[in-house]
Design a protein around this ligand. Structure first.
Ligand SMILES: NC(=O)C1=CN([C@@H]2O[C@H](COP(=O)(O)OP(=O)(O)OC[C@H]3O[C@@H](n4cnc5c(N)ncnc54)[C@H](OP(=O)(O)O)[C@@H]3O)[C@@H](O)[C@H]2O)C=CC1
Ligand SMILES: O=C(O)[C@@H]1CCC=N1
Length: 273
């Protein structure tokens, strides 16, 4: 579905709204169709200045003017915002929430009309069109709403549909994942500095290595184990490094990270039930 002519409003103009709006503009969506509301005036001024999108200090106005409303406030604020705007949403609109740990049923309980709701978990690389998003459909969401959401999140990266019970796991993996990758990148650059590389060279080599390796997985379709085998010359350097990673328990640490973030997402969800 082309996004041409569809009015998209971000309710909440923080880090993730900025990433989505920037990605949408980069993908060709016209700024005249993009709106954002926020309680902080300086934030709205910044987003208008940097991106050229329309701004609204009033959430209700934004809801009335948008075909698609992307709820992009902190999870703790969702209840307050839906109490304020829940009666305004109409069935021709699509309410998309990106709030971590907020169940569809919870949001639907604030809506007066049978409004299509879609829950999405994107991530910050949407800013560059390299996001990873998973979405699931609410009670009144149909093909039109799925297409709208798929078009928006495919315009800023890759998007998949999953059952709602997997959304906490998605939040733990790809929603929170960029944070893990930045920690790994910083550590890899530190490691380069430790073995004698200048800081800027070490960071560039680390980041480009992560990018290239991820592209190899996505674009060749090869299993990562096979791609790893292509790097590890028998008795060579790479297998010596992999040995140290295994000794340090990298795989278990990664599983623990995703498990903890998933647990936290579930905890946030149950706190609001
Ligand atoms: N950051 C990420 O990587 C990802 C975040 N998410 C989800 O996206 C949502 C937003 O996250 P993020 O952008 O990081 O958070 P931010 O805190 O950066 O953005 C939220 C914005 O909403 C504003 N706000 C607060 N109350 C209201 C209100 N009543 N009406 C309108 N705006 C309001 C906040 O202002 P103030 O700062 O003054 O409170 C802030 O500018 C969260 O629910 C999060 O779970 C999902 C995927 C990834
Ligand atoms: O940390 C958080 O709660 C948000 C949700 C996923 C990524 N950032």
């Amino acid at each position: 579905m082309p996004l041409t002519g569809l009015t998209i409003g971000c309710l909440g103009g923080g880090a993730m709204a900025q990433a989505l709006l920037t990605g949408l503009i980069k993908s060709g969506v016209q700024t005249q169709n993009l709106y954002v509301s926020d309680t902080r005036r300086e934030r709205l001024e910044f987003l208008h200045r940097e991106l050229g999108v329309h701004t609204r200090a009033n959430n209700s106005e934004l809801v009335k003017e948008s075909d698609v409303v992307i709820l992009a406030v902190k999870p703790q604020v969702v209840e307050e915002v839906l109490e304020e705007t829940g009666a305004l949403f109409q069935p021709h609109q699509t309410l998309i929430s990106i709030a971590a740990g907020i169940a569809i049923q919870f949001m639907e309980s604030f809506l007066t009309h049978p409004v299509p709701v879609i829950r999405v978990m994107p991530n910050t690389p949407c800013l560059l069109g390299s996001g990873a998003s998973a979405l699931c459909l609410g009670t009144h969401a149909g093909a039109r709403d799925r297409e709208r959401a798929m078009a928006i999140f495919s315009a800023v990266g890759r998007a998949v549909e999953v059952p709602e019970e997997l959304m906490d796991a998605v939040t733990g993996l790809s929603g929170s994942g960029p944070a893990y990758m930045y920690v790994i990148l910083e550590a890899l650059a530190d490691a380069g500095v430790r073995v004698g590389l200048p800081r800027d060279v070490a960071l560039l080599l680390s980041a480009q290595t992560m990018l290239g390796s991820a592209r190899m997985v996505l674009e060749t379709g090869e299993h990562p184990g096979r791609l790893k085998n292509m790097v590890t010359t028998p008795g060579g350097t790479a297998i010596a490094g992999v040995y140290a990673l295994e000794e340090g328990g990298l795989r278990v640490t990664m599983m623990r990270a995703v498990e903890e973030a998933t647990r936290r997402s579930r905890e946030m969800s149950s706190a609001l039930k």
